[in-house]
Structure formats: C-alpha cells, structure tokens
Design a protein around this ligand. Structure first.
Ligand code: OOG
Ligand code: NI
Length: 295
C-alpha cells in the first residue's frame, strides 16, 4: 500500500533530520496541533541523477503504480535540472516533486565521475521490483544503488553542482516533507506568521531570494529550513559533514473562484495547486553551502 511506502520514507527521514521532530514537538508545545498526525503533508520531494537507466523516468514508475498522475514540467537552466510534480490518488496523500540532474549538461569530467558510480546500475532497477510489494519498494528506496563515493569525488562534484554532490551521497533519501500551514490556527496559518514562529523557536530559514518564496499569482507561498548537516561516511571510512535534508512549509491560497468560501469549507481542490519554478529554484538552495554555511 502507498501508506506503507510513505510511512517508511517518513520514518527514515525523521531519524536523519533532527529539525523534523523538533519542529513537530515545538508545534505541539505551542498548542498549534494536538498530535503529529494533525500535520497535513503538502508534498514530498526526491532528487535523481539523469542517466538513462535511472532518473525521474525510473523513480516515477513507483508512484505512477501507486496511483499518482504526472503533471507539469519545470526546467532550471542555471542549476541544470528538470522536474515534474505528481498529483496523488486521493487528497489526503502528499503531492510528489521529482527532480533530475541534467548530467549531459555538466563538464565531461563531472559526467565521467557520475557515470563511474551510476554505471554500476546496469538496468533500470525499478523494472526488477515487484511494485505491489510495499516492503520491497520501501527497502529499494533506502538501498545504496551505487557504491559509497569517495570524499574527493564528492568535493569535485560539489564544486560544479551542489545538487550532483547531494545525490551522489544521499541518493533517494527523502529530500523534504512539507508542512501545510493554511489550515493551522490563526496566528500560524500564513507563511509569514509561521516563519515568525519558526525563527522565534530557533530554526534557521533558507533566505535565498528572501525567506518567503511567492509565485507570480501570489497564491503559492513557500519557505524552508536550511538543511541539517549529517556526518557522512565516505569510501575508506572518511567522515565529513555534508548537507542532509530539510523541512519545507507551504501556504496555498483559495483560487479566485472559491475566495468567497468560508475558511472551514476550503478543501484542497479549492486552493492553488502545483508548484512554481521561481520558488523551487530558491528552495533547492536549502542544501547548498551558500545556505548551510551561513547557518
Ligand atoms: C526541491 C526544491 C523545490 C518545491 O516545493 O518547489 C521544491 C529540492 O530541493 O530537491 O521542493
Ligand atoms: Ni518542495
């Protein structure tokens, strides 16, 4: 079942990203929510390497199998990324945001470094999975895919693409989950108010392009924490602190034709859906050194 796959992802993510539990605990202490289950997960996100046997075309098969629908495409020229979002089979499931490194756009040296790892995966690994077996899917999403990178390769990649370095080590670990703020109590139900609460509570927000990322239509507002650092063990047992994952926050306003509805009647289908390239471009930087080093 989809629920089992999502729970497995969330469990590992919570173990790796201290901010997740800390934010949830602080929300409960502040009386914003009664229990963790009250959090509405707007979306989750993964990063992938754009090589023929992997990338979005491979990972998306899992979620298409569980009833997700592929929606809009996004392109990030500067960061050399492509992305899609996927609508869930029912509104209580999170949306999914998948992105992919345009490996062919990198320097020959970086391409060679990446394929030196990804070539270990000979054929699309998702094709070998029994997708009905949620336990197998869960195990797959937390398997290494390729050998542990060397620290030197990680650093070489990071100098050219921070996204590439993140994926070569973190692979399919959940990149973030997203707390939906618009249904929270007054005082916390806008991104501006929620950011104030987070900063007051000691969390550090990504400030790339400003702490609040706003879509041109003004209806999708997002913010994110700066990624938590993890002690990564590279090949030859070398340890180094690198960016792990982060937490995102989203406020979706009612679409103009539903703006007259009382707040209590607003359902997911009445609100701004999808994503926004301009917002996403800055949110990616939550794992970039420009953000993690200013923390
Ligand atoms: C994804 C960044 C974009 C959004 O909601 O637009 C994003 C990432 O950092 O991999 O999450
Ligand atoms: Ni996101």
């Amino acid at each position: 079942m989809l629920t089992q796959v999502l729970n497995g992802l969330m469990q590992r993510y919570m173990e790796r990203v201290p901010d997740v539990k800390a934010i949830i605990q602080t929300m409960i202490k502040e009386g914003i929510i009664p229990a963790p289950e009250a959090i509405e997960n707007d979306h989750i996100a993964f990063r992938t390497m754009g090589v023929p046997q992997l990338g979005m075309q491979s990972l998306e098969k899992i979620f298409l199998h569980y009833g997700y629908t592929k929606r809009d495409a996004y392109y990030f020229r500067e960061k050399k990324l492509d992305a899609y979002w996927y609508a869930p089979p029912a509104p209580h499931f999170p949306r999914i945001f998948l992105s992919e490194l345009r490996v062919q756009d990198l320097s020959p040296r970086a391409q060679q470094l990446i394929t030196g790892y990804t070539d270990e995966v000979k054929t699309d690994p998702v094709d070998a999975l029994n997708l009905d077996d949620a336990a197998a899917v869960d195990t797959f999403l937390h398997s290494g895919l390729w050998r542990l990178p060397t620290l030197e390769d990680y650093k070489t990649l990071a100098a050219e693409s921070e996204y590439a370095a993140w994926v070569i080590y973190n692979r399919y670990y959940l990149n973030h989950f997203t707390i939906s703020v618009h249904n929270l109590p007054q005082g916390y139900n806008t991104i501006a108010d929620f950011n104030d609460f987070l900063e007051r509570s000691g969390f550090t927000l990504n400030n790339a392009g400003g702490k609040i990322k706003v879509s041109p239509d003004g209806a999708l507002l997002q913010s994110a924490t700066v990624a938590n650092m993890i002690t990564a063990t590279f090949a030859n047992n070398e340890n180094y602190r690198i960016a792990g994952s982060y937490v995102e926050f989203a406020e979706r306003k009612a679409l103009p034709q539903f703006a007259h509805l009382p707040a209590a009647e607003l359902k997911r289908e009445h609100r701004r859906d999808g994503f926004e390239a301009g917002n996403a471009d800055k949110i990616f930087e939550s794992t970039y050194r420009s953000q993690t080093e200013s923390k």
